[in-house]
Design a protein around this ligand. Sequence first.
Ligand code: UTP
Length: 262
Amino acid sequence: MKVGVGAGELATLKSATGLLGGSMKVVVSIGGSVLAPDLGSERVSEHAAVIEALADEGCSVGAVVGGGGVAREYIGTARELGANEIRLDQIGIDVTRLNARLLIAALGADAVPAPAKDYEEAGEAMRHGDVCVMGGVTPAQTTDAVSAALAEYVNADLLVYATSVPGVFNADPNEDDGAKRFDSLSAGDLVDVIADLDMTAGSSAPVDLLAAKIIERSGVRTIVLDGTDPQRIGDAVRHGDHDGTDVAPERAGDEPTYWVEE
Ligand code: UTP
């Protein structure tokens, strides 16, 4: 529990101001296929509205945006043209940053005007009260890992993965009708589950192994949920309410005080 305000004080604070508890810091990871499945402005606006509302309620928000289908198309085409994997990653990073610029366009004055290029830049923006948006930063990883690293860098209270897979499953739910969703997992168990999924060719794990390892070492409380309806992100951040998977820190104590009763 990293918020320096007790549950009683929080209730008073909340009734006095209507704000979220303390200075809650959250990193939201928005998959490219969740934010911009078809480059429509409506979905991007809806995500921006949720982030703006959280920021208005006193939440410090860092958003990390993935590349989605557009990144896959560019990478596939460049692979056919003979580009090597690092160069393909660079193309992927460029697409994630393009998607980040879409979200920035929708956020207007609340956000820094360009995607942060590294964690220091992102952390600096958040310290100044701006919403920071970033895409990829360096080859050989994905924005799953960027999100976990940003959460670690800024000591976030909460990391939310808004993905197209509605939680962490014991098998790929798109392939296996019997796949079961975990309501909650320890970070160590998350690493084991993702490592097993990685071994299954073609399985779509909701977060990748590097991200799971960063979550484990940082101990950041994490939620993996279906982000196709952005309101779910708001509910998860405000109240801890969601239908996805909780990844609780190993040293979890009581419920965090930043979650406000509905
Ligand atoms: P994504 O984070 O969207 O990758 O970045 P992903 O997880 O493969 O995509 P989804 O979740 O299935 O839609 C797109 C690509 O950009 C490069 C990688 O090639 C990645 O696959 N990338 C991204 C990096 O190399 N480094 C980064 O920090 C981020």
